[in-house]
Design a protein around this ligand. Sequence first.
Ligand SMILES: Cc1cc2nc3c(=O)[nH]c(=O)nc-3n(C[C@H](O)[C@H](O)[C@H](O)COP(=O)(O)OP(=O)(O)OC[C@H]3O[C@@H](n4cnc5c(N)ncnc54)[C@H](O)[C@@H]3O)c2cc1C
Length: 435
Amino acid sequence: MEHIVIIGNGIAGITAARHIRKLSDKKISIISAEADHFFSRTALMYVYMGHMRWRDIEPYESWFWKKNRLELKKAYVERVDTDNKSLHFKEGGSITYDKLIIATGSVTNTFGWEGLELNGVQGLVTKQDLENLEKNAPNNKECPRAVIIGGGLIGIEMAEMLRTRNIEVSMLIREDEFWASALPTSDAEMISKHIISHGVDLRNNSELDKIIGDADGNVKAVLTKDGEEIPCTVVGIATGVKPNISFLKDSKIETDRGILVKRNLQTNIENVFAIGDCAQQRIPVGLRPPVEAVWYTGRMMGEALAQTICGNPFNYNPGNWFNSAKFFDIEYQTYGWVFSEERRKDYEAQFHWKCKSNLRCITISHHKDTGQFLGINTFGIRMKQEVFDNWLNEKRSVDYVIANLRKANFDPEFFRRYEKEILKKYQALNETATL
Ligand SMILES: Cc1cc2nc3c(=O)[nH]c(=O)nc-3n(C[C@H](O)[C@H](O)[C@H](O)COP(=O)(O)OP(=O)(O)OC[C@H]3O[C@@H](n4cnc5c(N)ncnc54)[C@H](O)[C@@H]3O)c2cc1C
């Protein structure tokens, strides 16, 4: 019986395993060093904040694995020998495979700052990071102040987590506004104000120089490049993530930032595949980044690869870009492409509307010559993915999208609607728009 071995029990690895099981009788082994069972990484914050227990973020009951003949092994793979099709564990021992799926996710990105090794300095990616945060920033007065280095999606989650325990939080960001590398300035400005309104000391144009420790090896302050010392007992590193591939350095598997794969997710070695955050497309798919560290793309890659492994060759084909997140009280969704100022395409024009409350806004991008709708960012107003997906596929115009925005609205009944206001602003800016 063919033996499929999967390294990593995150969304990518587990989706591949589930779908291979649905489609075949192959022997499947799943190895992970992190946790006994698959859990929802995106929900780590809710465990810290007390909204969920650990078992609530494990989507499958403990009997699921045995029932589906998914053999679990808790171990760290430190060497992959593709000549002999074997994996070697740090804890000792090895396993052989017929086909190997690498789904090892991401690790925190750091930039070699002095002081990274101090107690109290940590990222937020793994179960162990969550346990460390519980230790470093417990639910009492032992952690008077934290400094988060970097903004972005992990930084904002850390800030919200710490603020629920009334811990003073400073956040250092290099840009003028929060996440300005990804969001248009108008969106980033609104979110920055919202973050500040939640008591976060958001410091723009501010960079870390080094982290300072005390005689016992505990963090006591950070020093910024402007020479300011900010006392703290916790430093959250939120300067992005990178593919978790260091264990492959002596293998024959080709890597760059991530594990290089073709569209069918195969590496340079015939029976070895990579999926999820650790994979890097040799040829990027459309405007998507070659390494996509998002939940649903890991799931899609897992599904696509299961087909290939079970004899139905399939390419990873993710369709239109979409994503969602939450910035304290403001939900964010994005469909298609709306670029930040630094990444803006020369053909891209943007229409922006903001509610007076400073809690809702949208930015719609469109082709400045043809008027074709290219994407939307929506904050505080829930919109339907399916509707925008269709409009993007149908190459609708920006006029059409704004005139029909109510069809995309997904807010519950009795929520205030803003389509008329949005339309009014758009018409005022575009006297020629035929709506
Ligand atoms: C705090 C946080 C919040 C997030 N929020 C969102 C969100 O709101 N929306 C969104 O789309 N995405 C979000 N993401 C990103 C999303 O969680 C990831 O894209 C996704 O979990 C990646 O899945 P994966 O299966 O590729 O890898 P992972 O889930 O990282 O799983 C990889 C597994 O492989 C194991 N492993 C690695 N190396 C080895 C080895 N050598 N030996 C054995 N085991 C190994 C790891 O321990 C881990 O268990 C968030 C991420 C974080 C950290």
